[in-house]
Design a binder for this molecule. Sequence first.
Ligand SMILES: [Zn+2]
Length: 288
Amino acid sequence: MSQFLRIGAFILVAAVVVACGAPSQPAITPVAAITIIPVVATPAATSTPAPTATAFVTAPAPGQAAIVPILLYHHLQDLGSGASELQKTWTVAPQNFDAQMNLIAQRGFHTITMGQLVAHLKDGKSLPAKPIIVSFDDGWEEQYAVAFPILKKYHLIGTFFVYTHPLDHAPYMTWAQLQEMSAAGMDIQPHTLTHPHLRALTPNEAMKEIAESKSILETRLGRPMIAFAYPFGEYDAAIIDMLKRAGFQAAVTLDPGYRQRADELFTLHRIRTSYNDSLDDFTKRLPQ
Ligand SMILES: [Zn+2]
C-alpha cells in the first residue's frame, strides 16, 4: 500500500509543481487568492519542471512487450567453501539479497503482483512506474526467515510460488508462516503439490498436481490463485492447456528475459541471480 501512497504523493507534488510552474496562465480564475499567498515566492519552487511524464506504465500496444522483470530466487543462505555449482546456481547470500532489494528500491522500481501483471497484459490496466516482480520458488523456510523481513524493510512485495505437500515440514516454511506473509500483502501462488516432472506424469496425475495445489492454497489462504510456476521450468502445450482448464491466467518459466507479452502469458520470463553474481551483474540484467 505504501507504494501507492508514495505514487499518490508524487502525483500531488507533480501537480503542484506544474501549477506553480505556470503562474502566467490566465485561465485560472481564483487568481486573487493565489497572488496574495506567496506561492511563487517560495524558494522551493526552483523551476524543476518535474520531468517524469507519468508515474504509471500504460499497457503495451498489441504485439508489443511490457518491460517487467520477474526476479527469481530459491535459497537464501551463506554457503561453505565446499558448496557445489548446483547449490551456487540456486542460492543467494542473505547480504547480497539485501543489497539487491536495496538497489531496486533505490532505483525506483515498484514491486507488483502476478495479478497486476496479468491485468496489465490482458486488460490493459496501468502499472506503477518501473514495475518489477520479486519471485521465490518452492517455499523454503529461509524465504520466510530471511527474505520476508528484507522485503518489508524496503516496502517491497514478494511473489512466492510454493508446492504444498512439504509445507509444515523442515526445511520448508509452515502454513502459519505462509498465512502470515499472505496477510502482510505478499503474493502467494501455486507450484504443484509435490514438485514432479509434470510431462512425465499421466494427464490425470498432472492435472491433479496443477488443480489441487490451486484449490488447497485458495482454501487455506482465502484468495484466488491465478499464476503458476513450472517445476524445473518444464512445460509443453499439453501442460499449458491443463493450466488454462484449471483456471490459471499465467505461468512463469526459467526462460531468461524481462520482456513479457500478452500472447506469452503462460511462458513468462524470469531473471535468475546466483551465488557468485556481483551487484553489478545483477544490475546489468535489469532494464536500464
Ligand atoms: Zn521449484
